[in-house]
Each structure stands twice: as C-alpha cells, then as structure tokens.
Design a binder for this molecule. Structure first.
Ligand SMILES: Nc1ncnc2c1ncn2[C@@H]1O[C@H](COP(=O)(O)OP(=O)(O)OP(=O)(O)O)[C@@H](O)[C@H]1O
Length: 537
C-alpha cells in the first residue's frame, strides 16, 4: 500500500494543504456528485460550495475511513492515467479537532462511498496461477489482497491446482455461506469452468445467480474489459479494463447485472458458454497460440496474421434462427437502448424468464417443432464463424459491438472467405469495431444457431477460448441466467463508428463506392450486400 502517512500530518499542516481550519469545530462533508473534495471541510456557517479544494477523490474510489485512536484514517484507490491504480492511505492527527464531529464526517463519507452497497462483502476468491503470463499469484498477494483487507472484506481464497479444478469448486460451492460474489483472478477460461460447475450444482439457478467479479490476470480478459471498459470515456466511471485495482474495487462495490448464458448441445453433452464460440480462423488463432502465452494478448494478433496467411476455408453448414439481420436497424436499436441506459444510469429491465430452481429447458433441439420454422441457412464459403454474448473478445477486437448482456439473443458474425489483403485490412480499427461495417462480414442477432462441420477430422472449436472436439453442435441463449458485478450495471463498451456514407469494404479490403445494385440489395443476413442466406422451410 502506498502511504502518505509518514510523518502523520497534523491538522494544521492539513489546514494548509487542504484548506482546513482547525479552529473551527464543525466537520462537514463537501460532496459534489461523484467527487469528494478531500478536505475535512471544517467549516461553520460559510459552506465551501463553489470553492473546490483539491485533491479530489472519487467517492467510488474511497475504500474505508475511520478514527483509530487519535488519528483519522482514509484508504482509497488512486487512479493514474497511464499507470496502474495504487492503494493509498492518509492519516491525520485529530488533536485540535472535535472527535465527535470527525466521527460524523467518517460516517458520512462511508455512507457516500458505499451508497446502496453492503460494505464488508463476503467473497470467495479463485486464483488461476496458470492464466495468461502466469502472474496471478503475485498480483493477488501484491495488489488484490491488500485492497480486500483494507475494505474489511471477509474472503477465502483457493489457488486452482489443475485444469477443471474450478469446475469441482463451483459444483461444491457452499451456497449456505451466502457469499456476496465470486472473485476470479484469471482470464475467461476459468469462468467457463465455473459456469459448467454451477450447472452441476445441487441448486444450479441459485449458484448461477452468484455474481462474478473478474480480475484480469489471463490473456484476453474479455469479461473484465466488457465490464470495466478500455478507454477513459466518462467522468464518473472512467474505464480501466486491465487495471487490477479497479477490478478489485468492482468486487467490493460493483452492482450485480444480469448476464445471459448459452447452452451448447454437442454430442451427448450440454456445455454452458457465456462468451464466444468460434470455428475456423478465430478458433485457430486462440487454440493454436497456447505456446505463446508469455506474450499476453499479443498472441491473438500473431495468431490472426498466421491465420490470414494460411487463409483456410471453414467448411461448415450454418443454420440460424435470426431475430434481426439488418445492420442499420441493429445499430439504431443499440443506440436507442444506450441513450435510455445513460438517462437511467442503471441496467435494462428486460423481463427475465427464470423462476425455478432447475436448469432452463432446451427449446431449439433438432426434434423440437420450433426448429422447423424461421431458420435460414448461410450458404457462402466462409473463413470463420464467431458467435458471442459480449462486445470485446480481446483488447484489439470489438467483435460484437452490439452485444447486450441480457437481451436473450446471440450475436453471430460470419466472415466470408476474401483475399489476404482484405483480411489484413479488417484489422484497421478492429478495436473500435470498424470491421462491423465491412459487407463481407455478416452480423445478425439470433435465438439459436446450429453448425454441422463437413469434416470433423480437421479444424478447431473454441468455446469461451477453451478447446472442444469439432462435431455438430447447437447453441441457444438463456436470458439472465448468470450475473456479473459491474460499476454501472451494464457493459462498458460503446459503438460509435458510423456506417461509411460513400461506400463499403470490398473483398480486397478497399472501400468502393456503392452501386445502385448495392442500394437495391436490401435485407438478408448482415446488411444490403448479403446474398448468402437461403430461408429454410
Ligand atoms: N493450476 C493450474 N494448472 C494448469 N492449468 C490450470 C490451472 N488452473 C487452471 N488452469 C487452466 O488454465 C486455463 C486458462 O485459464 P484462463 O482462461 O484463466 O487464462 P487465459 O486462457 O490465459 O485467459 P483468456 O481466457 O482471457 O484468454 C483454463 O483452461 C484452466 O483449466
């Protein structure tokens, strides 16, 4: 912990630094919305309003404050623009200050800092020593544990010993202990294991409702990115997807938000998947770069370039039960929803379908009569199929910019097999989701989809980044089955890349002017150029 305590500041030195007036007896909290001006605004009748006194600390970033003996202690997370956040503490001697008033100030600060949130959460922590570059244990000891201790959280920690250990832990998790959250120091793979363990729990729905707080110590860390964001976009909740301190603060103070989880039926198995399923290049780049773990998330860029050079077709039959296939309409709906969320500053109120303590029934199996109508088949050579429920899959790739945590729909992306130059061109602006508008990339929202590989002997299937044998599978979505903690109650990434006015990306990655034929070719899967779908009767 970085400490500003030595030597402890006296109230008069504080007075100079923070415009304190030790001779005044009344302690006031000056709170300007999300920001507390740190001064113990010792002030009588004349309020400090309109006279900001620095340094300012976000109320959200205050971890604890209390009086200990003759000093007032304040612990908070100090955010830096380009460096990791730091746990800081300040302390002031209270010799000249009315102690009762100081206690009142502490109480007021704590109420503001934990507004609507139960302090001293009870947490179960899992640490995957193998995730990403293998630094999770070190990060836990150095950064996470001190913050949890400072927040007076109660927690018990398990270090996973082997692959699938988290499945066993989740299956046996003692829910009667009433944990407030499950904290994962890992990437997304460990959460995949946890959800599949919950599915085998005696009380699966109750287990799934335990909110997850990811702390990014894996490779891609997509879940942490989606919750905490990537860029400094907004004043109240600046976005720090890779910041361990900020992610730990989310474990202490985050709000639960509902999260859809999908079922994948594959062979005799029912697998639970919360993030992505990939076949073709996107599976190869993840599973084929395990030996490059030391590179962190750069391994995915290397994997993509390798995949582009190979430019291997992905021979599958893809059937989809779509809800929306028009890119413009999807974007319009996304922006409307976003505006509403920002006005309300809370999560959407989509109706959720869960009410019993049994796993949701499967509705889109091949035997189900529902699968006979409203399905389409994608019928063009493809490079990859990528389906998912969360916007970022890695820092460099906003693959599902319109994904919503709990709309009950799967976002499906199909990339046509185009030239190598075109595929490399798609990397430009991929972190902002620019590839969404390329007409060779088809995007739709669907209830379910089914994949039948033409040759199961060759090819990879990655489910939430984990390897599965490639064979026919069906995926469908269960609305609001899981829960995550987040600072805002919704996914952080925004999508603000406008549709290019004048043209579209062609198969060589160049932008070409639209022809009348393009304009006329409305509808289909993914926008005006799509001609690869055959409705199935
Ligand atoms: N002690 C362990 N030894 C070996 N493997 C482990 C251990 N604990 C967990 N694992 C495995 O580590 C794998 C990778 O975990 P995780 O997803 O957290 O990291 P990552 O793959 O680097 O990150 P991301 O999924 O974000 O790219 C999981 O498949 C899990 O089964």
């Amino acid at each position: 912990m970085e400490s500003d305590t030595a030597p402890a500041e006296t109230s008069s030195s504080l007075g100079e630094k923070y415009k304190l007036h030790p001779h005044r007896r009344q302690v006031r909290l000056l709170s300007l919305g999300p920001v507390i001006m740190l001064p113990l605004c010792l002030h009588g009748r004349k309020a400090l309003a309109g006279r900001p006194v620095f340094p300012a600390i976000y109320v959200y970033d205050i971890i604890w404050t209390e009086i200990e003996g003759q000093s007032l202690e304040l612990t908070y997370l100090r955010r830096e623009s380009k460096r990791p956040s730091v746990l800081c503490s300040k302390s002031w001697t209270l010799e000249d200050v009315d102690k009762t008033a100081a206690e009142k100030w502490c109480k007021a600060v704590m109420e503001a800092a934990y507004d609507g949130i139960k302090p001293k959460r009870l947490l179960k922590v899992l640490v995957n020593p193998h995730g990403g570059p293998g630094k999770a244990c070190q990060i836990y000891r150095k950064t996470v544990e001190p913050i949890l201790v400072a927040a007076r959280c109660k927690f018990d920690t398990t270090f996973t010993q082997r692959s699938k250990h988290a499945v066993d832990i989740a299956r046996e998790l003692p829910l009667e202990r009433n944990y407030d959250a499950l904290v994962l120091l890992s990437g997304d793979g460990l959460l995949h294991e946890v959800y599949n363990g919950f599915a085998e729990h005696d009380e699966p729905i109750r287990a799934f409702s335990l909110p997850i707080a990811p702390i990014p110590t894996g490779s891609a860390n997509g879940t942490a990115l989606n919750i905490l964001g990537l860029e400094m976009l907004n004043f109240i909740f600046p976005q720090y997807g890779f910041d361990v301190g900020v992610a730990t603060l989310n474990a202490i103070k985050g709000k639960p938000m509902k999260q859809d989880i999908c079922s994948m039926t594959i062979g005799e198995q029912r697998v639970f998947t919360f993030m992505t399923q990939a076949v073709g290049l996107m599976a190869d780049l993840d599973l084929g770069t395990e030996h490059l773990r030391w590179m962190g998330d750069m391994r995915f860029v290397v994997g993509y370039i390798q995949g582009v050079l190979k430019r291997k077709a992905c021979p599958i039959t893809l059937e989809i039960k779509p809800v929306e296939t028009d890119k413009d309409k999807m974007v319009e709906e996304f922006r409307t929803r976003r505006r509403k969320q920002e006005q309300k500053r809370e999560q959407d109120d989509y109706p959720l379908e869960l009410d019993k303590d049994a796993l949701p029934v499967l509705r889109h199996t091949e035997e189900d009569p529902d699968t006979k109508t409203g399905w389409i088949t994608f019928d063009k050579p493809i490079l990859y199929l990528y389906a998912g429920k969360s916007p970022y899959v890695a820092r460099d790739l906003l693959q599902f910019p319109l994904a919503h945590a709990s709309d009950g729909l799967i976002d499906i992306v199909v990339q046509e097999l185009i030239s190598r130059g075109g595929l490399l061109g798609l990397m430009d602006g991929a972190d902002k989701g620019k590839l969404f508008w390329n007409d060779t990339l088809h995007y739709c929202k669907a209830h379910a989809y089914r994949v039948t590989p033409h040759d199961s002997r060759e090819g990879n299937l990655a489910v939430d980044g984990e390897r599965y044998p490639l064979q026919p599978f069906t995926v469908e979505c269960h609305q609001g089955l899981g829960a995550l903690l987040s600072p805002t109650g919704r996914y952080a990434p925004d999508f603000d890349v406008p549709r290019p006015e004048e043209g579209r990306g062609d198969e060589n990655g160049r932008w070409v002017k639209n022809t009348q034929e393009d304009e006329d070719c409305e509808g289909g899967f993914g926008g005006r150029s799509m001609c690869g779908c055959i409705p199935r009767c």
